[in-house]
Ligand binder design. Structure first.
Ligand SMILES: *Cc1c(COP(=O)(O)O)cnc(C)c1O
Length: 397
């Protein structure tokens, strides 16, 4: 047979799903597995989503306008207006999940060989699209010890002739860090000074804790000509399966390319767009309850983790993830061992190995990412099992 695509053969396997086969085997063997590996919230989807879908009674399911149905463009525009971010229908395109927004943004921005500057550890699924578009992610390494924050010097040192954009995730997945106003300023100023784009993935925008104010590059009109915002209903409304995302920009040349890409894939699901109108109609009600629920969970997880000897982590500031440094050499080996060889009363835990979230080879080997997407009682139990497992794993060696 002829060889398949070399470029795609080199694409990395999802670090979040890498251990799935071991989890399935553990479950087949009768173990209960607490899954903290994937960031899929378990909260109920707002009723309005189902109401809007049930109310759809067209005779056919037609292609809708490629940039999205007017009702949804209006709902998204209103949602932003209410937080003083001015994005009109002509600045918004609805996409099949935030993931397609990532793809279209890269396709519109880069040619192979261009660079984007990204803080590592970062959302590993970006790598799929970095590989696909041939862009080189240039990583600014951030550390658990200081909550994954960065300095101007660190970022500035990474700018080259090939840099096209800053690629920002705020709040951060997998770090749970929320950029300070100073960090936002650093990126904005460097982008203006060096004529770079800012791509800001803000799918966790409202999930910020301890009374922190929500931050967004959308609050800075002086960068509007170079700003692209990526968003999604997945995390904000617990609706990952709806597959509705958003890409927004006031840069007309950028938006014209995105519109062509939207036309090329014809349209986004008609029914799901109606469901999403229902989601946005909930205003801030759902958003507030989600923030409170995850703050409660963050507290439970963090408090339980502090009881585990040798484990290093900082209290997350937002989103629903955290990175923990473990007192082991190889976190992947430990996680597989937890699934294959460990149980406590018939139960065990699965997390994601963190090395896949780093672009720099060798980093994150002793780290894991936890997604605290279970009820507090279950989380408490899961972290207890993690602690027992770590002790048993170390005793074994
Ligand atoms: C989940 C996630 C997305 C996009 O998810 P979709 O379900 O495709 O909308 C984008 N960025 C980050 C950082 C995420 O965690």
């Amino acid at each position: 047979m002829k060889e398949l695509s070399k470029q795609m053969a080199n694409m990395q396997v999802s670090s979040v799903r890498k251990l799935t086969q071991h989890a399935l085997a553990a479950e087949a063997a009768g173990k209960h597995v607490y899954r903290l590996n994937i960031g899929q919230p378990d909260l109920s989807v707002p009723q309005e989503y189902y109401d809007h879908i049930r109310a759809f009674d067209e005779r056919t399911v037609e292609y809708m306008p490629s940039n999205g149905i007017p009702e949804l463009l209006e709902a998204v525009s209103r949602y932003y207006r209410e937080m003083d971010i001015d994005m009109g229908h002509e600045n918004i395109a609805i996409t099949t999940g935030g993931t397609e927004a990532v793809l279209f943004t890269l396709l519109a921005l880069v040619d192979p060989g261009d660079e984007v500057i990204v803080m590592e550890p970062y959302y590993s699924n970006y790598n799929t699209y970095f590989t696909l578009t041939g862009v080189t992610p240039v990583a600014v390494t951030t550390y658990a010890e200081n909550g994954f924050h960065f300095t101007k010097e660190q970022v500035e040192a990474k700018i080259t002739d090939k840099t096209k954009a800053f690629w920002i995730t705020n709040p951060g997945n997998p770090t749970g860090s929320v950029m300070t106003e100073e960090e936002i300023r650093i990126i904005a100023d460097l982008a203006i000074e060096h004529d770079l784009y800012i791509v800001s993935d803000e799918v966790y925008r409202e999930i910020v804790f301890d009374g922190r104010k929500m931050t967004s590059f959308g609050f800075l009109p002086e960068v509007y000509d170079r700003l692209i915002i990526i968003d999604s209903v997945s995390k904000r409304f617990s609706a990952c399966g709806a597959r509705i995302g958003v890409v927004m920009s006031k840069n007309e040349a950028f938006f014209a390319i995105v519109s062509k890409l939207c036309q090329g894939r014809l349209a986004v699901s008609t029914i799901e767009q109606h469901g999403a109108v229902g989601l946005y109609s909930t205003g801030t009600r759902v958003i507030h309850s989600i923030r409170e629920e995850f703050e409660r969970r963050r507290d439970v997880v963090f408090e339980s983790l502090t009881k585990i000897p040798g484990l290093i982590c900082k209290k997350p500031e937002g989103a629903f993830y955290m990175i923990c440094k473990l007192p082991v050499e190889d976190a992947t080996d430990f996680l597989i061992w937890m699934l294959k060889d460990f149980e406590d009363n018939g139960e065990t835990v699965m997390a994601a190995p963190a090395d896949g979230f780093y672009a720099t080879e060798g980093l994150g080997k002793n780290e894991i990412r936890l997604a605290y997407v279970l009820e507090p009682e279950k989380l408490k139990r899961a972290i207890e099992i993690l602690g027992k497992g770590l002790a048993a794993y170390q005793a074994r060696k």
